[in-house]
Design a protein around this ligand. Structure first.
Ligand code: P6P
Length: 332
């Protein structure tokens, strides 16, 4: 245990962000709201089988995907947790077609939150690990006025923080800021997150590759070459849960690379830029890793639409660079 391990989230944030010029405590308050949403979702996920929360709602979302009951619950919890505290002006959610502006009766605050309220929904009914992913931007428009699309359609480098909650054997909140990447474990008996993974950094060597081999027949030559090289080299293992947060988190702690490349019929890939690739790319880079779309740095991309998709290669820097070099090489 390092001296800091075991301290609660709000104390950690207050102490580490005190050095931030202009820190007003608003960010700490925002993170407390996100942590509250995470506690509520964690509790509901853990009891889903007992509270009629398994299965689909019967509706489809803007992505054309069947909305699971827990997707809808997580989306509602996040919006309600963020909209009334005066720190947020607008929410972009995977489950909402357009932006969700804070209602006029509440202060339109300084932060924009882009969120995938519950990622990995296909795993819910089989009790596999799922998670919430969020990106935090400071608004461009004037605080107190209604936020606009321009506050959301920004390059990934505009993020001021990013994180995820992973609902697995335990619930862990991983938060990345300028100060680094730190993990906090929820003690459900106390209802508080405590620092459990200080200063997370990718291990020196990647040993895991994560890709859905069912699509191997659609891979471009560069992807095929990279995967075959890992297999031929030895010393690698394949792990793929089919839940982005779970695959990302394991690779972050153990060293590895996750690939969801474009395919012949979906060259833009499946994963969303604003609330999946951006936050995880921000976290990966702060932890000494890297993230590309198979050609360029994810964080340098500016979305044209809220729900833009992107191919994603993310994880240990060396592995991401090696995979990307193969994928770029295939087209030159
Ligand atoms: P496939 C879950 O539905 C998700 O969006 C990510 O969490 C996950 O990495 C990916 O899709 C899995 O997609 O096509 O391999 O099932």
């Amino acid at each position: 245990m390092t001296p800091q391990e075991g301290i609660p989230l709000d104390r950690f944030l207050t102490e580490t962000l005190r050095e931030y010029p202009g820190a007003t405590g608003t960010f700490v308050d925002l993170m407390q709201s996100i942590a509250l949403a995470g506690k509520l979702i964690s509790s509901r996920v853990n009891r889903a089988g007992l509270s009629g929360m398994l299965g689909a709602t019967g509706s489809t979302n803007v992505q054309g995907e069947r909305v699971q009951k827990l997707d809808a619950y997580a989306n509602d919890v996040f919006i309600r947790a963020l909209e009334h505290r005066g720190h947020t002006c607008m929410i972009v959610s995977e489950e909402e077609g357009g932006v969700v502006r804070v209602p006029e009766q509440w202060h339109s605050g300084r932060y924009v939150v882009a969120v995938d309220p519950l990622d990995g929904s296909t795993n819910i009914d089989v009790n596999a690990t799922i998670g919430t992913i969020f990106a935090i931007f400071r608004r461009i428009s004037e605080e107190g006025t209604p936020a606009g699309d321009a506050d959301a359609l920004r390059p990934g480098t505009d993020q001021v923080a990013a994180g995820y909650l992973i609902y697995g054997s335990g619930t862990v909140l991983v938060l990345a800021t300028e100060q680094g990447v730190h993990g906090f474990t929820l003690d459900p008996l106390v209802g508080e997150f405590f620092l459990s993974h200080p200063n997370i950094r990718y291990p020196e060597r990647a040993q895991i590759f994560s890709i859905n081999e069912a699509y191997a027949h659609e891979w471009t030559p560069g992807v095929r070459e990279y995967v075959d090289t890992c297999k031929a080299e030895g010393g690698w293992t394949a792990r793929y849960i089919g839940s982005l947060v779970a695959d990302f988190h394991r690779n972050l702690l153990r060293g590895g690379v996750f690939l969801y490349p474009g395919t012949v019929d979906k060259p833009e890939g499946k994963l969303r830029l604003l609330y999946e690739a951006f936050p995880l790319a921000y976290i990966a880079e702060r932890a000494g890793g890297a993230a590309t779309d198979g050609r360029s740095r994810i964080l340098d991309i500016t979305p044209t639409e809220l729900h833009d998709r992107t191919p994603l290669v993310i994880g240990s820097a060396d592995a991401v660079q090696a995979a990307t070099a193969r994928m770029v090489g295939q087209t030159e």
